[in-house]
Design a protein around this ligand. Structure first.
Ligand code: SAM
Length: 237
């Protein structure tokens, strides 16, 4: 399914996922911060490749939940493919991005997207990144807890695949399990990690990672009316 840029207020009936799926919806402003502060662009292959217009770029959001990140991606990308292992009732393809629980064997909704962008389940962040880097032809962006940068296991990942950018939020991104809540608070720090896809020779090279800071006023600048579900009418969507 390809998502449209529609308000969350008009989405369908809500379904609750199992806790193990780590459903933490992303406030829309945090996805706009990626698009504004990280230099994501499509470049055509070949010598001196020109910039590809956004309208011709495909992004796959493979853990889309109720589509809070995907709808923001649709503000920029021409095509946003959405899927999740759980059926949240928004019409997204039901597909296990890691293929391990895919008893029904539902096929990937897209084979080689230009970009893969998501907020992966915390329990499987590294597997999501490795698979995304395998299939994306231009780039991969993942929203993770900043603590994800630690650990010996991920040291190896970052050595093999050095990110191009780490964009650290200066302010907190309040994310809570199971719901998008404008009034939520958080003690957890988050960052975006962006890789240029290894498959894309034109991006190639460059083993160094640039550290960026997303300014503290990002939320105030990037929130829009309709970003949060209307919780007064008995449903989150
Ligand atoms: C942190 S939430 C992110 C939701 C959404 N991307 C957003 O930002 O609003 C993680 C999502 O991963 C999904 N998920 C967990 N395991 C998955 C898998 N193996 N394949 C696809 N989706 C998975 C969960 O159902 C959940 O929607």
């Amino acid at each position: 399914m390809t998502i449209q840029n529609t308000s969350s207020a008009v989405m369908s009936q809500r379904r609750s996922p199992p806790r193990a799926l780590d459903y933490f919806p992303t406030p829309p402003w945090a996805t706009r911060a990626l698009l504004e502060h990280v230099n994501i662009r499509g470049v055509s292959a070949g010598m001196g490749g020109g910039e590809i217009p956004w309208s011709e770029l495909t992004v796959w959001e493979p853990a889309c939940g109720e589509g809070h990140m995907a709808r923001v991606l649709a503000e920029r990308f021409g095509r946003v493919v959405v899927s999740d292992v759980f059926d949240y009732g928004i019409g997204a393809a039901v597909h296990d991005f890691l293929g391990v629980n895919d008893l029904a064997g539902s096929p990937a909704p897209v084979e080689r997207p230009h970009f893969v962008i998501t907020n992966p389940p915390f329990s499987a962040g590294q597997q999501f990144i490795e698979h995304a880097l395998d299939i994306a032809t231009m780039g991969v962006a993942m929203l993770v807890r900043t603590a994800f940068l630690e650990s010996g296991e991920r040291y190896d990942l970052f050595q093999r695949f050095p990110p191009r950018f780490v964009a650290q939020f200066s302010g907190r991104v309040p994310m809570v399990m199971g719901r998008l809540d404008a009034a939520a608070s958080s003690a957890t720090a988050y960052c975006w990690i962006f890789w240029k896809a290894p498959a894309c020779g034109i991006f190639g090279g460059g083993r160094s990672t640039s550290l960026l800071w997303i300014p503290p006023d990002a939320r105030a600048r990037l929130e829009r009316p309709g970003d949060y579900p209307d919780q007064t009418e008995g449903g989150l969507l």
